[in-house]
Design a protein around this ligand. Structure first.
Ligand SMILES: NC(=O)c1ccc[n+]([C@@H]2O[C@H](COP(=O)([O-])OP(=O)(O)OC[C@H]3O[C@@H](n4cnc5c(N)ncnc54)[C@H](OP(=O)(O)O)[C@@H]3O)[C@@H](O)[C@H]2O)c1
Length: 350
């Protein structure tokens, strides 16, 4: 029997958003240990943009020297289980689920197969697919780092880059751990961070957090805009510096703290695990972790490239592409911070 097709956004070469093309490809078939998910919502993340542009160049060594080996982007999704492999026990057809593809990708499509023991859990009833889709990668990464900070009531943490996908999750998860949270962001996001529960918000366009009279048990640099060397004076004794996007000098300190001890400097990649995603699910269920969504686009909008090009944020406003980490060009792009959702509206298969 011929495998049915599905719609997907495919990129066959690295480059600007124009490389993304909405097309038809074969629908995947689940292996024994996999579930086939019909995707209702996915996101555009900073990771997708790095892969699309092969930025930094080292991306090519891992994901294809001349062209991308995995031609469908997208690392997190929410939807419904359409079919299960013969050995699957955790999920049943019809379950609402959300999760992450880990190092793989492929959620810019109508369907994806994911292993049942990967970062995949059922979606809480009161949480929409759009919300769930935004809370896999950012929240998993935030939780991975925050667990290592061993936060508890009364501990103080500063989250730098607090308005991004990792940052917004980090602020809420740190609050759920009982910590006092200081969030650093731009003016446009001050109210957002307050609404997420930050105890103190520092607008970096008006105030340098380094000069604010306060110290912390943990500093979490989510977007690489501060380094351990810059901020170590603000760390209390026994404090920890966490970074999901290490500045070059951080690598030296990460190695040093591993080899010689002293202040812990922790970076690297966050593993994808269903146990951590269960924790995130329970926070969502308890209303302690909420999705932050700037805007949504239909899958037919081709990965958000067209709307961002045509009606994107203006310079200086929230979402200004030129202020996105790792992307300083004025070219149209899929922004890193925007939790752009690619809803399935308009591309529902017959
Ligand atoms: N280690 C891992 O496992 C892992 C996993 C996922 C992602 N990452 C990496 O982590 C980084 C952050 O990811 P993300 O998804 O959270 O990014 P994101 O959603 O694109 O967030 C970017 C944020 O950076 C903030 N920002 C921009 N300039 C700033 C500045 N000068 N000072 C402070 N904040 C500034 C922006 O907020 P304002 O508008 O308020 O400035 C924006 O909200 C990316 O580089 C990504 O590749 C690492």
């Amino acid at each position: 029997m011929k495998t049915p097709n599905m719609k997907a956004i495919v990129y066959k070469s690295y480059g600007a958003p124009e490389v993304l093309q909405l097309t038809e490809v074969a629908r995947p078939t689940p292996k024994d240990n996999e579930v086939l998910i019909r995707i209702h919502a996915t996101t555009v993340t900073s990771g997708d943009i790095r892969l699309r542009k092969a930025d930094p160049f080292a991306v090519r060594f891992l994901f294809g020297l001349f062209s991308p080996k995995l031609q469908i982007l997208g690392h997190e999704a929410a939807g419904v289980v359409e079919a299960v492999g013969s050995k699957v026990t955790r999920f049943r057809t019809g379950d609402r689920v959300f999760g992450s593809t880990g190092l793989g990708s492929g959620t810019y499509a109508e369907y994806i197969c994911l292993p049942e023991d990967g970062a995949l859990v059922t979606t809480p009833t009161q949480v929409s697919d759009e919300e769930a889709a935004t809370l896999a990668v950012g929240a998993l990464t935030a939780l991975h780092f925050l667990k290592q900070a061993k936060l508890s009531a009364g501990k103080r943490i500063l989250v730098h880059g607090a308005s991004g996908s990792i940052g917004t999750a980090a602020v809420q998860i740190a609050k759920s751990m009982g910590a006092h949270v200081t969030a650093v962001c731009s003016t446009a996001n001050v109210a957002l961070l307050r609404s997420l529960g930050a105890d103190r918000v520092i607008d970096y366009t008006k105030e340098d957090f380094l000069t604010v009279d306060a110290t912390y048990d943990a500093i979490f640099s989510t977007v690489g805009r501060t380094s351990y060397a810059q901020s170590k004076a603000l760390l209390n004794k026994g404090g920890v510096f966490l970074t999901s996007f290490a500045a070059p000098s951080d690598f030296v300190h990460m190695l040093g703290s591993k080899l010689f001890g002293g202040t812990r400097v922790i970076g690297g990649g966050a593993p994808d695990g269903s146990a951590d995603l269960e924790h995130i699910r329970s926070l969502m269920d308890a209303g302690q972790l909420k999705a932050v969504i700037d805007r949504s686009y239909p899958l037919a909008a081709n990965g958000g490239s067209a709307p961002v090009r045509g009606a994107g944020p203006q310079e200086g406003q929230r979402g200004d592409p030129r202020r996105r980490v790792g992307d300083h060009t004025a070219a149209p792009l899929l922004t890193m911070r925007l939790r752009i959702l690619l809803k399935d509206s308009g591309v529902t298969p017959r």
